[in-house]
Ligand binder design. Sequence first.
Ligand code: RB5
Length: 149
Amino acid sequence: MIALGADHGGFALKEEIKQHLDDIGVPYKDFGTHSPESIDYAKIAYKTCRSVVDGECEKAILCCGTGIGISMAANKVRGIRAACCSDYFSAKFTRLHNDANALCLGGRVLGVGLALELVDVFLTTEFEGGRHQRRVDQITAIENGTFEG
Ligand code: RB5
């Protein structure tokens, strides 16, 4: 199950992503927003990301105007590794190397075609592990206040 969330700046893109996930048969849960009316992205990031860290959903896809504000908020949720991506290589390698569990996209930055390519590669690429696991563990240690440098 994929968790979807967007503020008003990402609402239209989220709707495109929903249509795409329907087309390819990927189940999702939509945490809003459900209209183009203004809403704060932190609120959406929090509830969407909670569903990932609580185990209800595997990964999150979050959209705001730039993808940046919602990624900043998402990365404050313990256990979330959110990547704001605008190119294919980054969306692929944030799975391979960072085990990112949230993809953040800018609805005012990306065309729909590219955004859907980023969604597809993010959802289908597995984490490589190995030396990258150590680095992800270090991120977790920073988050937990146990990192010793
Ligand atoms: C909303 O106007 C906009 O600031 C928001 O969608 C996002 O781009 C913030 O980073």
